[in-house]
Design a protein around this ligand. Sequence first.
Ligand SMILES: C[S@@+](CC[C@H](N)C(=O)[O-])C[C@H]1O[C@@H](n2cnc3c(N)ncnc32)[C@H](O)[C@@H]1O
Length: 232
Amino acid sequence: MINTKPQLSQDFVKMIKGKANEGTYRVNVDGILIDVFPYIFPPESPFSESTHTVYDHFGRLNGNRVLDIGTGTGIQAIQATLAGADEVDAVDIYDKAVECADHNINLNRLEGKINVWKSDLFNNVPKKEYDLIIANLPIVEAKETDIRLHSLFDPNFAYHERLFQDSPAYLSNSGRITLCHANLQNQGFEKLEKIAERYGFIPNIKKSVNSLGYEWRNYDFISTKYTGDKKQ
Ligand SMILES: C[S@@+](CC[C@H](N)C(=O)[O-])C[C@H]1O[C@@H](n2cnc3c(N)ncnc32)[C@H](O)[C@@H]1O
């Protein structure tokens, strides 16, 4: 288990804690108004590079069924709906994030278009086939006991391990997982790709940008575990 947190994450935690003392605040995310509840991952801030790195590369989603895992403020689910997705489900492990996402769905008059509920990854997701799983999960591998900070930290990369392990049962035959990752830690990209490959996913780097002193990649992962219409 890695216990050293990158300076960028430590600064981000400081900002999140400082903002939490002020209560809920509103941000404008490319024209979408989002209220950020205390401790919820802000989709717009000096540190929030991953959020737009994901939704910038969805493309049009007409005809798609989408699951947003780790929805936070609900921003990816909202962007997916605006990109034309037919059905959008959104889950988060933290109940305050579920409340926050629900609030922002109403704020943007998208009630009835996005279902949001509490779930630790797929634990509370009924069996269904999705064309796109958005998983902008925490990207720093470090011990963290405070669930409010699980927007940043994935102890032992266990969430990513379970994401790739369980996703094949929830993906349609042409389905994909999309996420953002950064080389905030040694071998960060290699570790992620290795986990994905272990569960039969092929990584495809759609975009790479340098920002805040690191490389940020938008990945799509396609499962190789399909034989004709049947999954193995
Ligand atoms: C990096 S934030 C991303 C928030 C939002 N999707 C975005 O793109 O701005 C990660 C989110 O994943 C949630 N999360 C962490 N572990 C999770 C798990 N095991 N299951 C579901 N959600 C989880 C956190 O509570 C947090 O809201």
